[in-house]
Design a protein around this ligand. Structure first.
Ligand code: HEM
Length: 515
């Protein structure tokens, strides 16, 4: 089975001739159209039946087009979810995928539910992975959950003891990329993701790949390409073997080849490196499974961190009081572990253990600033797929099997009834005196809640605090636009994106040396 799945997922494109692709495209188009028509016809019947016998399945929103469904979802995620749920939760569909948009009141039940699957929900809503259910996905070689084991492996890889072993390497990669930027203007939304990606590869994938900066950059480009090839068409017609899907398969094959070559080389040389890849091999994972796991983890590990880390430094640099407070705070923090200020920063960092960075209260101002950047900038839909054999109840909403449930974090993060002036960056809202996030239940979803808390919170916090420390210690920072003109404020956050995204207009940082 493993071999079969390998062939199906990864290798076909090598030998495809244009003719074959055309045939597949044609067949896929026909299948997609037929499947959509069949689905739409059955949806009418199902929805009637649902109203007769199961009154708790929400009614379909009228915000929809024939056959294709609620395309408004793609043009503006927040606008659609907010408008559609004004009178409560609603059902909607995207071609043949049934969905439910939950109202803010149902958030407790949404976050508390452990039966529905978040990984598969995201796989479908972001990339258009074929829907139906996880068994079907397995037959085409895609199992982002590794039968539910991937979180167990990730947890093992980012546990304190393992990350601590690599601290000198992690410090080295971060320092090398951030040092030497004085008198330059950088796009932090390009520079930071490079560092974050390399740190994530070191911790979750392979030391050998991480050691090769060029290989990391190539992999990162593959991920950017995969992002671009995930379009409304791939979501609406997961069966359609069109240009975007061909591109996705090609890029996935490239990624697989890198992983396969690294594993083969290790076996050939009889090496037994102490690294994530060896851990996964020792757990009995096949090459395809290691590739699938690594791809999912590199996506998850980078998606939010690669935007939040640069956004935080921009938020600080547009609020100079906080910038200098944070600078003083990290200066004292470093000195508490390495008092000799005549040593180079690179050397002094080595005295700080992984755990030191994330002990609650050790960097209180920076903690508040990070939480505020996350609140302000994590305004995206969260998804769950009911991939169980039965309909499940989430609060008062009945979720039929195969349905995706979505909840938008802006229902809490940008809610004026919870947060004063919600579009203003104001870390003091989290100070003990104000504690606005405590005024309503489940008001801060920035690190997940309930049954789906973020597994990488500690690792992400370490990465972000390390990068912030390097930036504020090494440089004076000015936020400028793409023409080098000073920016007093960050662009308004766009809530209509499917994922946490860089600002809508380019933001750069002009750096000058401090040390
Ligand atoms: C600033 C950085 C990050 C932010 C703001 C963030 C935020 C979140 C949020 C809001 C969720 C809940 C999603 C939901 O309920 O559907 C989540 C889940 C998750 N995060 Fe993070 N995350 C970050 C970094 C990371 C990193 C670095 C990793 C891994 C190395 C990671 C791994 C995960 C995993 C595996 C889950 C799924 C947990 C589950 O479904 O049970 N995250 N994260």
């Amino acid at each position: 089975m493993a071999n079969h799945t390998t062939v199906t997922l990864i290798s076909p494109l090598d030998d495809y001739k244009v003719d074959h692709i055309n045939v597949v495209v044609l067949l896929s188009t026909m299948l997609a159209v037929l499947a959509s028509l069949a689905m739409v016809m059955s949806r009418g019947r199902k929805s009637e039946a649902a109203h007769d016998s199961m009154t708790t399945v929400p009614p379909y929103t009228h915000l929809a087009y024939p056959i294709l469904g609620s395309l408004q979802y793609f043009s503006g995620h927040w606008d659609f979810l907010r408008t559609a749920t004004q009178k409560g939760s609603v059902s909607f569909y995207l071609a043949n995928q049934n969905c439910i948009a939950l109202s803010p009141e149902t958030r407790h039940a949404f976050f508390s539910d452990s039966r529905t699957c978040s990984a598969l929900g995201y796989a479908i809503m972001l990339a258009g992975t074929p829907n139906l259910n996880k068994d079907f996905m397995k037959t085409v070689g895609i199992d982002v959950t590794l039968s539910g084991r991937s979180y167990k492996f990730l947890t093992a890889l980012i546990r304190k003891e393992r990350v601590s072993n690599n601290m000198p390497t992690l410090y080295g990669y971060a320092y090398d990329r951030i040092d030497g930027l004085a008198a330059t203007t950088i796009d932090p939304f390009e520079t930071f993701p490079e560092v974050i990606f390399r740190l994530t590869v070191t911790t979750t994938t392979s030391l050998k790949i991480a050691a090769n900066a060029a290989a990391c950059d190539t992999l990162l480009k593959t991920f950017h390409g995969l992002d671009k090839a995930a379009t409304p068409v791939t979501v609406l017609f997961p069966w359609f073997f069109g240009p975007d899907r061909i591109r996705r398969f090609y890029l996935m094959k490239q990624f697989y080849n890198t992983m396969r070559d690294t594993i083969d080389e290790r076996k050939r040389e009889g090496r037994n490196d102490e690294d994530p890849m060896q851990f996964l091999i020792d757990q009995g994972l096949s090459t395809i499974e290691i590739a699938q796991f690594s791809m999912a983890v590199l996506f998850t590990g980078n998606a939010n961190t690669a935007v939040i880390a640069p956004a935080l430094i921009c938020d600080l640099a547009t609020h100079l009081t906080y910038l200098s407070q944070v600078r003083e705070e990290v200066k004292a923090f470093i000195s508490s572990f390495s008092p000799n200020t005549s040593l180079p920063l690179r050397t002094r960092l080595q005295s700080i253990a992984y755990d030191d960075w994330t002990k609650p209260g050790c960097l209180p101002i920076l903690e508040r600033c990070l939480k505020e950047t996350i609140r302000l900038r994590v305004g995206t839909p969260l998804h769950r797929l009911n991939d169980t054999e039965k309909d499940v109840q989430i609060g008062s909403v009945l979720v039929p099997r195969g349905t995706i449930v979505s909840f938008h974090t802006s229902f809490v993060h940008h809610n004026e009834d919870i947060y004063t002036a919600p579009f203003v960056w104001d870390p003091e809202r989290f100070s003990p005196g104000r504690a606005e996030d405590k005024a309503a239940p489940m008001a801060f979803a920035g690190w997940g809640l309930g049954r789906h808390p973020c597994l990488g919170q500690k690792f992400a916090t370490f990465e972000i605090f390390l990068l912030t420390t390097l930036m504020v210690t090494l440089y004076d920072i000015q936020v400028v636009d793409e023409h080098g003109q000073p920016l007093a404020e960050m662009p308004l956050v766009d809530l209509n994106n499917p994922v946490v995204s860089p600002p809508i207009t380019p933001v750069h940082l002009k750096l000058s040396a401090r040390l």
